[in-house]
Design a protein. Structure first.
Length: 205
């Protein structure tokens, strides 16, 4: 049992490393949580500081979960990866280092989806990109992609309980974290995604 505890602790504390806050404070001398939507996620970083900053944030968030999930898999297989992944997404959303104000789980869910199955990952990414391209609502794309994970995991990973639990956990956490976005989508008040140009947000010396 101690290995599961180790995986959970490693997942949570590495997941709590908020790439968006660290990067924007270092590069722009600003806390992204004080701008835009106030969310510490890659989408808000791109909205406030530009696509390049958003992609760097996304990459950092993906990498920070690769380490604990790989460790978990090596120690306890799929169950170990699931324990580390679920702890990691909770750390991302509620980071201990940043007063529990984090992102909404989408960027780290990319890593988790890769651990589920490459087909699950591709379908989820395709749904996200298609919805965002058609509607420009990143929140809607994120929600629908997340909801697709349990369905496709049941199809491609039938009988693999750890992966199924992880897929349902991802979907539940992302939907809950997007509850305000859902309300705005229903009322027609959700803003469409429009990234800033990086050069417009670079602070002057």
């Amino acid at each position: 049992m101690w290995t599961y505890f180790l995986e959970a602790v490693l997942g949570y504390f590495l997941g709590s490393i908020s790439t968006s806050v660290i990067y924007t404070k270092w590069q722009y001398k600003k806390d992204v949580r004080q701008s835009g939507s106030g969310n510490a996620g890659a989408t808000n970083v791109a909205r406030v500081f530009g696509i390049k900053a958003g992609l760097i944030t996304l990459l950092g968030d993906i990498i920070k979960l690769v380490i604990p999930m790989t460790t978990g898999y090596l120690l306890d297989g799929d169950l170990g990866a699931a324990v580390a992944g679920i702890a990691g997404i909770l750390g991302h959303c509620f980071p201990i280092y940043f007063k529990f104000r984090g992102g909404k789980g989408v960027s780290v869910a990319v890593t988790m989806a890769l651990f589920l199955d490459w087909r699950v990952f591709l379908i989820g990414i395709s749904i996200f990109l298609l919805v965002v391209l058609l509607t420009r609502f990143v929140s809607l794309g994120s929600i629908l992609a997340a909801v697709s994970l349990p369905v496709t995991t049941l199809i491609f990973c039938s009988g693999n309980t750890p992966k199924i639990v992880m897929a349902f956990s991802i979907a539940a956490i992302i939907v809950i974290m997007h509850r305000e976005n859902i309300k705005r989508l229903v009322t027609g008040k959700e803003p469409k995604f429009k990234p800033k140009k990086s050069k417009e947000t670079k602070p002057s010396e």
